[in-house]
Design a protein around this ligand. Structure first.
Ligand code: ADP
Length: 919
């Protein structure tokens, strides 16, 4: 989405970027033209200016006329300066009044081009004008060559404040000095305009009616003089200046004036100069246009015609220009459209591409989805097939179970009875009695389990029916609960019945089934509630239902398991099950057969409440007398522990006891009992109910062998083994792992954790003893290894055997450190074993057992042997005397040293020396 947004913005910006330059048609330069008046000559010049501008696209011109008024002209000039015009072209009306305005404009940095008329102080950017003096001269020359002897001239002046008037006069005066036949007899100011000139001409002609020539500074004044002369019936030779087509030339052509002198306009020139200034090109600051030829009756018509055709051409050009402009405008517009169209097309292509890409992507994803869907369907089919196979397998398994259970029933009954009778025999030794009880307990459990499995199958097959009897429920529950009282007392538990029932309430029940439901609930409460806990049985009626609930203060059930608790074979603790997991599902089935329900509310760590609700129905008017069938031995078989004499824990005084010490770690009390009884004869046995207790006991008593179950709560067997093997005080102890599982993987894990052997359940007494013996024996061989390798005299003179396994790094390191610490104080005869133990980080008895286990010597013996071995070395390799050696290796007297030496090596130290000297 973001990408699309970015794309559209970019494209839009691109389009604007493309279109903008095409649209832009800005005029670059603005030129203001301020004319002093609006006569024909200026019109012609304006036309030339506008014609020139046509050729420059970047120029815009505005022409204003001051109508011979200085105020107007000042206003026009200021207008141009204030409105951002780039350059101002002006013909000042009168020099003096206009000069300050031009000065101020120049001071503002705006260039000013003055034309035709000049300013007083010549402060301008450029000047362009005709040479008026030369016009005066040409007029004088022309008058001189007129026929006649004497030419007396009347002059009609322009505005005396304007420079052309002064130039035209001065040139004339100067030139007639050369011509004696030409005489200026009078001048009058016509101020450039017709009316004023007419008056002046009238006065002059009144005074000088016989004047031959009238020289007017422009054509308009010449025409006025002509009209006045006509009126007076006079015919002087009238000369004008400017030769503007519609006045001067026309006047000559019509015979009103005799001649006029072309005063150049050059409007195009003044624009070019302005552009040169603006574009920074070189230009002439003063350009004086040459006055050109005379117009008289010989050429006036032709010039008029020329002018006419020029006008026509100009108007054609203007039309052409308008057309070109229009075409150009259209062209630009079309270009813009073209660009926009191109942009749009590009955008369209990109959109199309993106659309196609998105489409392809969707197609691909759809294909993938279809593929995944197919896979899922295949998986589902496979799962369904597997499920069916599983169901079939379960069914076959259950069938097999049922069949096997059927087959087991009879042999079990045949075992159970002899075992019961044997266990009650009087001539049994206490261990035999314990084992018989163990056997009986487990036979009973098996029998119950088999009955449960068979009942459950019957229920599943719809072959379980109710056999209803009208009974008094309160007395029944009381009977059942009573059977548990002894167990409750033994375990210091509070077992109570709380009833809000009418004690005489009776209802129809299948007594045997409800009894089993109750037995299951109450025995579960006992199994999962620790000693000193509370168990409450409560009875009440709610509407037409009987409610029996069993509440305990036990461990509770995890919320995620509550939903499964009534499933067949489900057990919360799969590692250490205390039953088969079929009890509750069967109980539920029995309750449901009564059209009732069984539910549970439980909180982890706080306890559980199981509630049975059964509709109260009747099959008889009065209840039948029925006694509860649960017996105390049923209870102790299910939840009780076998009582036996706990083996005494070893004390320090046992250090000399010959029988090796075996630590058995298992969470199953029955297994602990069995192992203790099996090993008791040849070993001293201590037991631990879990791994962490096992590690603690191993460190405390440093046994000769540890037998450890793999799967245990709190700390499992692998971790337990790892800890034992990593502790200095216990690292040397062989560990035999016990497991119900014979999988290789578990064996590997066991060996990785440092186990020395593996034994799968079930095991026979013989195999167990053999394994224990061989592990302890192997340990002995390692002791020989220490004794032989470490320069210590062997305690017994046995033929050396190849060790079955090498001592571990921890043991090597322990022994190396011991030797190092001891050697440092060898010469001290009072070396304290307790201090040595503390320095090695062990307690006295731990140290004793460790040294004994590694070397088979007590620490004191080991120390003495090391001293003797060192003494023998010194005897053989040094020059020291026997006494010196005795003290050096820490004997208090040489005599005692000699005694010990002889005992150990069968010769005196002197004999050893003597043998060395005389080989
Ligand atoms: P079992 O015969 O193994 O006791 P049950 O079907 O009776 O099997 O019980 C299934 C599981 O429900 C048990 O393994 C146990 O984890 C859990 N359970 C049953 N009753 C309780 C109880 N009162 N407190 C805690 N857990 C219980």
């Amino acid at each position: 989405m973001k990408f699309f947004k970015f794309l559209s913005i970019t494209l839009l910006a691109g389009l604007i970027g493309i279109a903008l330059p095409a649209c832009r048609q800005e005029k670059k330069y603005r030129i203001g033209v301020s004319q002093c008046s609006d006569d024909d000559w200026r019109k012609k010049m304006n036309e030339e200016i506008e014609r020139e501008v046509m050729f420059h696209d970047n120029v815009e011109v505005e022409i204003r006329s001051a109508d011979d008024s200085n105020e107007h002209q000042i206003a026009d000039l200021n207008y141009f300066a204030d409105n951002g015009f780039d350059i101002i072209i002006t013909a000042p009306n009168e020099s003096d009044p206009i000069t300050p305005t031009i000065d101020s404009i120049m001071a503002r940095g705006i260039p000013v081009v003055v034309f035709d008329r000049t300013v007083t102080d010549h402060n301008y950017t450029a000047f362009q004008g005709a040479d008026n003096d030369s016009i005066g001269i040409q007029v004088a020359d022309y008058v001189n060559q007129l026929p006649g002897d004497k030419k007396r001239v009347l002059e009609i002046f322009g505005n005396p404040g304007s420079s052309p008037a002064r130039g035209r006069h001065n040139g004339f005066i100067k030139q007639i000095d050369l011509y004696p036949d030409v005489e200026l007899i009078a001048s009058g100011v016509g101020n450039w305009n017709y009316e004023r000139a007419a008056k002046v001409a009238d006065s002059l002609l009144t005074i000088y009616p016989d004047a031959e020539v009238i020289y007017a500074h422009n054509d308009r004044m010449a025409l006025a003089a002509s009209d006045v002369a006509d009126n007076k019936g006079l015919h002087p030779f009238i000369i004008g200046v400017d030769a503007a087509p519609q006045i001067g030339m026309k006047g000559v052509a019509e015979g009103k004036i005799k001649a006029t002198f072309l005063y150049p306009t050059e409007g195009h020139e003044v624009i070019r100069t302005a552009l040169d200034i603006l574009e920074g090109k070189p230009y002439d600051k003063e350009s004086i246009l040459k006055a050109t030829s005379v117009v008289d009756e010989s050429n006036a018509d032709i010039l008029l015609l020329q002018d006419q055709s020029l006008r026509e051409e100009t108007s054609k050009m203007e039309r052409l220009k308008t057309e070109v402009d229009r075409y150009w405008k259209e062209h630009r517009l079309q270009t813009v459209f073209l660009y926009i169209l191109g942009g749009l097309l590009l955008m369209l292509f990109i959109l199309l591409f993106l659309f196609l890409r998105a489409f392809w992507k969707t197609q691909r994803q759809q294909a993938q989805l279809v593929e995944q869907n197919k896979e899922l369907e295949t998986q589902r089919d496979n799962e369904r097939r597997l499920n069916e196979q599983l169901q079939q397998a379960t069914q076959s398994k259950l069938m097999f179970f049922t069949n096997v259970s059927h087959d087991l029933r009879t042999p079990l009954t045949l075992i159970a009875e002899p075992v019961r009778q044997l266990s009650e025999a009087d001539n049994l030794t206490p261990p035999q009695k314990t084992m018989m009880r163990l056997a009986l307990k487990n036979v009973r459990i098996l029998q119950r389990l088999i009955n449960q499995v068979l009942d459950f199958r019957k229920y599943e097959n719809g072959r379980l029916s109710l056999s209803l009897t009208e009974v008094n429920i309160y007395s029944l529950v009381e009977d059942w609960t009573e059977a548990f009282l002894a167990e409750a007392r033994r375990r210091h538990m509070k077992l109570s019945i709380d009833s809000s029932l009418d004690n005489s309430l009776h209802l129809a029940l299948d007594v045997e089934k409800i009894e089993r439901v109750f037995f299951n609930l109450l025995s579960n409460a006992f199994k999962y509630t620790p000693d000193n806990g509370n168990i409450d049985v409560s009875l009440k009626s709610e509407g037409d239902n009987l409610i029996i609930s069993v509440a305990d203060s036990g461990r509770g059930i995890p919320p995620e398991d509550i939903a499964n608790i009534f499933d067949r074979f489900f057990q919360v603790d799969k590692v250490h099950p205390k039953g088969s997991g079929i009890g509750l599902s069967l109980a539920k089935a029995f309750v449901e057969l009564h059209e009732g329900s069984l539910s549970v509310v439980s909180e982890l760590g706080k306890g559980s409440v199981f509630t049975v609700s059964i509709p109260i129905k009747h099959v008889a008017e009065t209840p039948v007398e029925v006694k509860g069938a649960i017996t105390g031995s049923d209870v102790s078989d299910e939840v009780g522990r076998i009582e036996r004499q706990e083996p005494a824990l070893p004390s320090d005084s046992d250090s000399d006891e010959e029988r090796p010490l075996v630590l058995v770690i298992d969470d199953n009390t029955d297994i602990l009992i069995l192992l203790s009884e099996l090993l008791n004869e040849r070993y001293r046995v201590i037991t631990a109910p879990n791994g962490s207790e096992g590690v603690r006991l191993a460190a405390k008593y440093v046994p000769d062998l540890v037998i450890c179950d793999v799967m245990m709560p709190v700390m499992d067997g692998l971790e337990c083994c790892r800890r034992i093997k990593s502790e200095v005080s216990t690292s040397h102890i062989p560990v035999l792992m016990l497991t119900a599982c014979s999988m290789d993987e578990q064996r590997v894990q066991g060996y990785e954790s440092g186990a020395d052997g593996y034994l799968s359940k079930p095991f026979s007494d013989v195999v167990l003893s053999a394994r224990c013996d061989s592990l302890i024996q192997n340990r002995r061989r390692i002791i020989d290894l220490y004794s032989a390798d470490k320069n210590i005299p062997a305690p017994t003179r046995k033929a050396p055997q190849a060790p079955a396994s090498q001592p571990g790094d921890i043991d090597n390191e322990f022994y190396r450190r011991f030797i190092e610490i001891f050697r440092a104080s060898m010469s001290n005869p009072d070396v304290n074993v307790d201090a040595l133990a503390a320095e090695m980080g062990l307690g006295r008895s731990q140290f004793y057992r460790k040294i004994k286990a590694l070397t088979n010597f007590s620490p004191v013996e080991l120390i003495r042997n090391i001293r003797l071995k060192e003494a023998r070395n010194l005897l053989l390799t040094s020059e020291m005397t026997v006494s010196e050696i005795a003290y050096a290796v820490g004997f208090s007297t040489p005599a005692y040293f000699t005694k010990c030496y002889r005992e150990s090596f069968g010769e005196t130290p002197s004999d050893t020396r003597a043998n060395l000297v005389a080989p």
